[in-house]
Design a protein around this ligand. Structure first.
Ligand SMILES: Nc1ncnc2c1ncn2[C@@H]1O[C@H](COP(=O)(O)OP(=O)(O)OP(=O)(O)O)[C@@H](O)[C@H]1O
Ligand SMILES: [Mg+2]
Length: 357
């Protein structure tokens, strides 16, 4: 006879390779129902952007089908991102995980990575917001095609712009485009806190924060204002960028923010229709830096003029051409980021769970 215990035992042989724990112990299995020779169950992944989604779904289904007497399996596959950890810092209601995209050096592609990461996560089924924390040089609105958005207020809260499946907020909505903003630390801090607290984000799985370059006031405010799930550090392959990447890393480390990993942007150029790759700025430095610093390497993004064109036209490449080489690189990076957050959420829960008494 098929029993719930037998189904659970079969499913507990399926391991999540990222989390290194079986899917039953992870609490991913629920709603087991047995109807004659048919078994129903629900698989709840830790993120809709799970890089091993198909593998886990396939193995779970196979494991149950292999049980004696089972002829049919109906599996509902869903996902639930874990919420922010409880801490003394203010959590943003409804926002589960906040990811800061940073770099030590300017112009390496933080905003490009933020935008495409946000669109990729949304395409993978997550609810996503994008906060432009580059208060003095905001360019998210142009890159997301929402530069003409006029912010509305609802119940005393700011309604974010919405495009390509992503909610966005930026200081550019509140100032005229030609006015350079020269802000000092306390004002900057206030603006960032307002963007976190007073924007009607609704329910978000991931809030991506595009940081200004460097390790200055904005970074400090972000880290102090809220509990970050972690930082993604963008670098390019040149030595100077790598050196600055190290600075970004040590800042996060000092402030106890988990490092989700390094992204190497502009790694190589591959002309359309060719398989030849030109390493314009060198290649592999980001990976080496990640290895040497013992943090994950999230992936490399090739140079592609379409990336810049997409940014300038408000149509991120991942939205415009999701199947091309560079979009696939961004989508894989999005999956790796989501997986790293699941790993660090799990580690936090196990650390926080007191030993059984
Ligand atoms: N992979 C890429 N291929 C082609 N162009 C790229 C790529 N990544 C970024 N760019 C272009 O390089 C320029 C700088 O990128 P971006 O604005 O994202 O950098 P940033 O790190 O946010 O800069 P800042 O430090 O000024 O905020 C932009 O014009 C962008 O379109
Ligand atoms: Mg930028």
């Amino acid at each position: 006879m098929i029993t719930e215990d037998k189904v659970k035992a079969a499913l507990s042989k399926v391991m999540d390779p990222d989390l290194n724990v079986d899917i039953v112990s992870l609490g991913m299995i629920s709603e087991i129902k047995i109807e004659g020779t048919k078994v129903h169950f629900t698989l709840t992944l830790t993120t809709p952007a799970c890089p091993v989604k198909e593998k886990l779904e396939g193995e779970a289904r196979e494991a149950v089908l292999a049980l004696e007497g089972v002829e049919d399996v109906e599996m509902i596959s869903t996902a639930a991102v874990a919420g922010q950890r409880k801490s003394e810092k203010a959590n943003i209601p409804g926002v589960k995980q906040i990811i800061a995209v940073t770099s030590g050096k300017g112009g390496v592609g933080k905003s490009t990575v933020s935008v495409n990461l946000a669109v990729a996560l949304s395409k993978l089924g997550a609810k996503v917001g994008l906060l432009d924390a580059d208060i003095t040089g905001p360019n998210i609105p142009i890159m997301m095609g929402v530069e003409s958005y006029e912010p509305q207020a609802k119940d005393n809260r700011i309604v974010p712009a919405f495009n390509h499946g992503v909610k966005c907020i930026s200081m550019a909505f509140f100032v005229s485009q030609d006015t350079p903003l020269i802000w000092r630390g306390p004002m900057l801090d206030k603006a960032i806190r307002q963007f976190l607290r007073d924007v009607e984000w609704g329910e978000l799985d991931y809030l991506i924060v595009d940081m200004p370059p460097g390790t200055g006031d904005a970074q400090l405010s972000m880290v102090q204002a809220t509990d970050l799930a972690g930082g993604v550090i963008v670098t390019t392959p040149q030595d100077v960028a790598l050196l600055d990447g190290r600075k970004g890393l040590s800042m996060f480390k000092q402030m106890n923010v988990p490092i989700l990993g390094f992204v190497e942007n502009m790694s190589y150029f591959q002309p359309k229709g060719s398989s030849e790759q030109f390493e314009i700025f060198g290649r592999g430095g980001g990976k080496r830096l990640a290895e040497e610093s013992q943090v994950p390497f999230l992936g490399e993004v090739p140079l592609d003029p379409e990336v810049r064109i997409g940014g300038d036209n408000g149509e991120p490449i991942v939205a415009k051409d999701p199947d091309c080489l560079v979009s696939q690189a961004f989508i894989n990076i999005a999956k790796q980021v989501a997986a790293q957050i699941s790993i660090s959420s799990l580690n936090r829960t196990t650390e926080a769970t007191p030993a059984a008494v």
